[in-house]
Design a protein around this ligand. Sequence first.
Ligand code: UDP
Ligand code: MG
Length: 314
Amino acid sequence: MLLSLIIPCYNEEQALPLFYEETSRVLAEMDCECEMLFVNDGSRDGTLGVIKALAERDERVRYLSFSRNFGKEAAMFAGFCNAHGEVVTVMDADLQDPPSLLPEMLALLESGEYDSVATRRVSRAGEPPIRSWFARRFYKLINRISDADVVDGARDFRMMKREMVDAILAMNESNRFSKGIFGWVGFRTYWLPYENVERVAGETKWSFWKLFKYALDGIVNFSQMPLSISSWFGMGMTAVSFLMLLFIILRKLIFGDPVAGWASTACIIIFVGGIQLFCLGIMGQYVAKIYMESKHRPHYIVAETNLPDARKIK
Ligand code: UDP
Ligand code: MG
């Protein structure tokens, strides 16, 4: 049986040697064949050089190197497209996804009871509290409003059988949100909890805003709820305006017609205008997604690889 490890790397020259060291040590204790498929996501440092040096030494090391930075989602997709294994795993290059869990994950898969073994962090030690707070709100929200079942603390670190990889490849959307995609395709998944580990070297590529935007994208990609919210707003406002009309007619009949109320009118106009723009904005988010999907641009472009049968553009 062949095990494929997919490792997306963006500016990881410091972490990679440590990753390789640790992973090789764990793999040596497991008795299965393995390929390490490094996906260099347009790094600006010496990452590609480090990978090539590893590939010289070790024939299990394969790599795809993108023509520019396409993002982790694209790197994972390229990995799935080009992995040969019957069992495939995605791992970060910074050892935040502990290789020491691999034997246990493989054993769980081989027991035949599960199609996929996913991991989740049970602690968020070492993370800014505000980030953890937003993350928790995000998981609550997306589970409530979409049918992609996303577990709190879920990592992309996951081992899965070929059937599941093929299902993921069949989801050809260009706006990819893997946590949602993994949940959406289903299959029997075992959740393996572990304590958060901090990255060994280098630094995170996710600023707070990048993560925030990623979360919003995840919601738009997997839920139509925001669109419904805007129509509920519309209906609510209409109902309120009817009540106000009634109130004004009654007041006129009872008290006559004092010329007043321009301030409240102005407030109402601004308020309604705001709500309209907000709803238009939500609509715009979806239209933008449709626009990008309809272009059918490739997910990634490979400039260099040592795989003879690589899918260079997909
Ligand atoms: N990564 C990538 N492309 C990017 C950003 C990140 O391939 O544009 C990779 C990165 O090299 C690492 C993984 O995705 O292997 C997770 O990134 P990071 O550790 O920075 O994220 P964090 O663990 O802080 O959420
Ligand atoms: Mg990390």
